[in-house]
Design a binder for this molecule. Structure first.
Ligand SMILES: Cc1ncc(COP(=O)(O)O)c(C=O)c1O
Length: 226
Protein backbone atom coordinates (compact mmCIF):
# COMPACT_ATOMS: atom_id res chain seq x y z
CA UNK A 1 0.00 0.00 0.00
CA UNK A 2 1.27 3.49 -0.86
CA UNK A 3 2.31 5.30 2.30
CA UNK A 4 1.40 8.98 2.00
CA UNK A 5 3.97 11.32 3.51
CA UNK A 6 3.09 15.03 3.18
CA UNK A 7 6.65 16.22 3.79
CA UNK A 8 8.01 14.07 0.93
CA UNK A 9 5.23 15.32 -1.35
CA UNK A 10 6.31 18.92 -0.71
CA UNK A 11 10.02 18.17 -0.85
CA UNK A 12 9.61 16.50 -4.24
CA UNK A 13 7.58 19.40 -5.67
CA UNK A 14 10.09 21.26 -7.81
CA UNK A 15 8.93 24.35 -9.65
CA UNK A 16 11.54 26.44 -11.43
CA UNK A 17 11.29 30.07 -12.50
CA UNK A 18 10.92 31.32 -16.05
CA UNK A 19 14.70 31.33 -16.59
CA UNK A 20 15.48 28.20 -14.59
CA UNK A 21 15.58 30.18 -11.33
CA UNK A 22 15.48 27.88 -8.32
CA UNK A 23 12.27 29.57 -7.14
CA UNK A 24 9.16 30.07 -9.29
CA UNK A 25 8.91 33.52 -10.89
CA UNK A 26 6.39 35.89 -9.28
CA UNK A 27 3.90 37.27 -11.78
CA UNK A 28 2.47 40.75 -11.32
CA UNK A 29 0.06 41.08 -14.27
CA UNK A 30 -3.62 41.62 -13.58
CA UNK A 31 -4.65 40.06 -16.89
CA UNK A 32 -3.30 37.79 -19.68
CA UNK A 33 -3.01 37.87 -23.48
CA UNK A 34 -4.42 35.40 -26.01
CA UNK A 35 -2.86 34.97 -29.42
CA UNK A 36 -6.01 33.37 -30.80
CA UNK A 37 -9.69 33.83 -29.94
CA UNK A 38 -10.12 30.04 -30.01
CA UNK A 39 -7.72 29.63 -27.07
CA UNK A 40 -9.68 32.21 -25.11
CA UNK A 41 -12.94 30.39 -25.79
CA UNK A 42 -11.30 27.13 -24.73
CA UNK A 43 -10.25 28.73 -21.45
CA UNK A 44 -13.74 30.09 -20.79
CA UNK A 45 -15.07 26.56 -21.22
CA UNK A 46 -12.56 24.82 -18.92
CA UNK A 47 -9.16 25.14 -17.27
CA UNK A 48 -6.31 24.92 -19.79
CA UNK A 49 -2.88 23.91 -18.49
CA UNK A 50 -0.49 26.86 -18.51
CA UNK A 51 -3.16 29.41 -19.58
CA UNK A 52 -4.54 32.16 -17.39
CA UNK A 53 -7.30 34.73 -17.96
CA UNK A 54 -7.55 37.18 -15.09
CA UNK A 55 -5.29 37.27 -12.05
CA UNK A 56 -8.05 37.39 -9.43
CA UNK A 57 -9.36 34.03 -10.66
CA UNK A 58 -6.01 32.29 -11.05
CA UNK A 59 -2.43 33.29 -11.72
CA UNK A 60 0.80 31.29 -11.95
CA UNK A 61 2.01 32.46 -8.55
CA UNK A 62 -1.03 31.41 -6.54
CA UNK A 63 -1.37 28.24 -8.63
CA UNK A 64 2.11 27.11 -7.51
CA UNK A 65 0.96 27.58 -3.93
CA UNK A 66 -2.38 25.85 -4.54
CA UNK A 67 -0.68 22.89 -6.22
CA UNK A 68 1.75 22.60 -3.30
CA UNK A 69 -1.16 22.62 -0.84
CA UNK A 70 -3.02 19.99 -2.85
CA UNK A 71 0.11 17.82 -2.69
CA UNK A 72 0.44 18.43 1.04
CA UNK A 73 -3.16 17.33 1.68
CA UNK A 74 -3.32 14.75 -1.12
CA UNK A 75 -6.45 16.48 -2.43
CA UNK A 76 -7.53 16.57 -6.03
CA UNK A 77 -7.08 20.34 -6.17
CA UNK A 78 -6.76 23.42 -3.98
CA UNK A 79 -7.70 27.07 -4.26
CA UNK A 80 -5.97 29.95 -2.53
CA UNK A 81 -7.83 32.93 -1.11
CA UNK A 82 -6.78 36.13 0.66
CA UNK A 83 -7.11 34.68 4.18
CA UNK A 84 -8.27 31.65 6.14
CA UNK A 85 -11.62 33.31 6.85
CA UNK A 86 -12.10 33.93 3.11
CA UNK A 87 -11.46 30.22 2.51
CA UNK A 88 -14.02 29.25 5.16
CA UNK A 89 -16.68 31.65 3.83
CA UNK A 90 -16.15 30.53 0.20
CA UNK A 91 -16.19 26.84 1.12
CA UNK A 92 -19.37 27.04 3.19
CA UNK A 93 -21.24 29.19 0.68
CA UNK A 94 -20.18 26.84 -2.11
CA UNK A 95 -21.93 23.94 -0.38
CA UNK A 96 -24.84 25.59 1.51
CA UNK A 97 -27.77 27.61 0.20
CA UNK A 98 -30.64 29.32 2.03
CA UNK A 99 -32.67 26.71 3.92
CA UNK A 100 -29.68 24.39 4.49
CA UNK A 101 -28.13 23.49 7.83
CA UNK A 102 -24.58 23.14 9.09
CA UNK A 103 -23.46 21.18 12.15
CA UNK A 104 -20.41 22.73 13.74
CA UNK A 105 -18.17 21.75 16.59
CA UNK A 106 -18.65 24.17 19.51
CA UNK A 107 -14.89 24.50 19.97
CA UNK A 108 -13.74 26.35 16.88
CA UNK A 109 -11.74 29.49 16.14
CA UNK A 110 -13.60 32.64 17.28
CA UNK A 111 -13.75 34.24 13.81
CA UNK A 112 -15.34 31.10 12.37
CA UNK A 113 -17.78 30.96 15.30
CA UNK A 114 -18.77 34.59 14.69
CA UNK A 115 -19.33 33.92 10.98
CA UNK A 116 -21.44 30.85 11.72
CA UNK A 117 -23.42 32.42 14.57
CA UNK A 118 -23.94 35.98 13.34
CA UNK A 119 -23.71 35.94 9.55
CA UNK A 120 -24.85 32.56 8.22
CA UNK A 121 -28.41 32.99 9.63
CA UNK A 122 -28.65 36.19 7.57
CA UNK A 123 -28.19 33.98 4.47
CA UNK A 124 -30.92 31.62 5.72
CA UNK A 125 -28.37 28.97 6.78
CA UNK A 126 -29.02 27.49 10.20
CA UNK A 127 -26.05 26.39 12.33
CA UNK A 128 -26.22 23.86 15.17
CA UNK A 129 -23.24 23.92 17.53
CA UNK A 130 -22.65 20.51 19.07
CA UNK A 131 -19.98 18.62 20.95
CA UNK A 132 -18.53 16.78 17.93
CA UNK A 133 -16.59 14.39 20.21
CA UNK A 134 -20.05 13.06 21.17
CA UNK A 135 -20.88 11.14 18.00
CA UNK A 136 -24.49 10.44 19.10
CA UNK A 137 -25.03 14.19 19.51
CA UNK A 138 -23.76 14.70 15.95
CA UNK A 139 -26.09 12.01 14.61
CA UNK A 140 -29.07 13.47 16.51
CA UNK A 141 -28.41 16.95 15.09
CA UNK A 142 -28.59 15.74 11.45
CA UNK A 143 -31.73 16.52 9.47
CA UNK A 144 -32.59 16.29 5.77
CA UNK A 145 -31.34 19.86 5.44
CA UNK A 146 -27.83 19.22 6.82
CA UNK A 147 -25.13 19.81 4.23
CA UNK A 148 -21.91 20.13 6.27
CA UNK A 149 -20.31 18.73 9.41
CA UNK A 150 -17.61 21.26 10.35
CA UNK A 151 -14.74 20.85 12.79
CA UNK A 152 -11.07 21.62 13.35
CA UNK A 153 -8.76 18.57 13.40
CA UNK A 154 -7.04 20.08 16.46
CA UNK A 155 -9.19 22.93 17.71
CA UNK A 156 -8.20 26.53 18.44
CA UNK A 157 -7.73 27.24 21.31
CA UNK A 158 -8.77 24.12 23.28
CA UNK A 159 -6.75 21.59 21.23
CA UNK A 160 -9.70 19.21 21.12
CA UNK A 161 -8.95 16.35 18.71
CA UNK A 162 -11.66 15.43 16.22
CA UNK A 163 -12.38 11.78 15.48
CA UNK A 164 -12.26 12.33 11.72
CA UNK A 165 -12.78 8.70 10.59
CA UNK A 166 -15.96 8.43 12.72
CA UNK A 167 -17.26 11.86 11.66
CA UNK A 168 -16.56 10.93 8.03
CA UNK A 169 -18.53 7.69 8.41
CA UNK A 170 -21.51 9.67 9.74
CA UNK A 171 -21.16 12.26 6.96
CA UNK A 172 -20.97 9.61 4.23
CA UNK A 173 -24.00 7.75 5.64
CA UNK A 174 -26.04 10.95 5.20
CA UNK A 175 -24.42 12.30 2.03
CA UNK A 176 -23.02 15.28 3.94
CA UNK A 177 -19.64 16.97 3.43
CA UNK A 178 -17.10 16.75 6.25
CA UNK A 179 -15.25 20.10 6.22
CA UNK A 180 -12.10 20.22 8.33
CA UNK A 181 -9.97 23.19 9.31
CA UNK A 182 -6.46 21.69 9.54
CA UNK A 183 -4.71 24.95 10.51
CA UNK A 184 -3.28 23.56 13.76
CA UNK A 185 -2.01 20.27 12.36
CA UNK A 186 -0.45 20.60 8.89
CA UNK A 187 1.75 17.65 7.83
CA UNK A 188 1.08 15.48 10.87
CA UNK A 189 -2.67 15.10 10.28
CA UNK A 190 -3.90 14.46 6.71
CA UNK A 191 -7.70 14.84 6.99
CA UNK A 192 -8.47 13.61 3.49
CA UNK A 193 -6.80 10.30 4.35
CA UNK A 194 -9.09 10.14 7.38
CA UNK A 195 -12.23 10.77 5.33
CA UNK A 196 -12.62 14.57 5.11
CA UNK A 197 -14.07 15.96 1.89
CA UNK A 198 -12.86 19.57 2.16
CA UNK A 199 -9.79 20.83 4.04
CA UNK A 200 -9.02 24.41 5.00
CA UNK A 201 -5.86 26.11 6.23
CA UNK A 202 -5.08 29.57 7.51
CA UNK A 203 -1.52 29.90 6.26
CA UNK A 204 -0.45 32.51 8.79
CA UNK A 205 0.05 29.86 11.48
CA UNK A 206 2.12 26.65 11.82
CA UNK A 207 2.16 25.77 8.14
CA UNK A 208 4.53 28.67 7.68
CA UNK A 209 6.59 27.53 10.65
CA UNK A 210 7.05 30.73 12.58
CA UNK A 211 3.84 32.83 12.27
CA UNK A 212 5.71 35.55 10.40
CA UNK A 213 3.90 35.21 7.10
CA UNK A 214 2.58 38.49 5.71
CA UNK A 215 0.64 39.84 2.80
CA UNK A 216 1.95 38.08 -0.33
CA UNK A 217 1.22 34.55 0.78
CA UNK A 218 -1.48 35.30 3.34
CA UNK A 219 -3.60 32.73 1.61
CA UNK A 220 -5.62 29.72 2.53
CA UNK A 221 -6.60 26.48 1.01
CA UNK A 222 -9.90 25.08 -0.01
CA UNK A 223 -9.24 21.53 -1.03
CA UNK A 224 -11.94 20.56 -3.45
CA UNK A 225 -14.23 17.65 -3.03
CA UNK A 226 -12.30 14.42 -3.36
C1 LIG B 1 -8.03 27.51 13.29
C2 LIG B 1 -8.14 28.80 12.53
N1 LIG B 1 -8.88 28.83 11.41
C3 LIG B 1 -9.03 29.97 10.69
C4 LIG B 1 -8.44 31.15 11.11
C5 LIG B 1 -8.67 32.39 10.30
O1 LIG B 1 -7.58 32.60 9.48
P1 LIG B 1 -7.13 34.03 8.93
O2 LIG B 1 -6.66 34.83 10.11
O3 LIG B 1 -6.03 33.68 7.95
O4 LIG B 1 -8.32 34.62 8.26
C6 LIG B 1 -7.66 31.16 12.25
C7 LIG B 1 -7.02 32.41 12.71
O5 LIG B 1 -6.51 32.51 13.82
C8 LIG B 1 -7.50 29.96 12.99
O6 LIG B 1 -6.77 29.91 14.14
Amino acid sequence: MHHFDPSTEIQDYLVFGEYGDVNPSITDSSTYTFLSPEKMKELFDHEVEGCFLYSRHWNPTNKYLADALARLEDSEAAIVTGSGMAAIVCSVLQVCSAGDELISSRTIYGGTYAFFKNLLPRFGINVKFVNTTDLDAVKKAITKKTKIIYCESVSNPLLEIADLPKLSEIANDHNIKLMVDNTFSPVFISPIHLGAHIVIHSLTKFINGTSDLRVVYAAAEISLIK
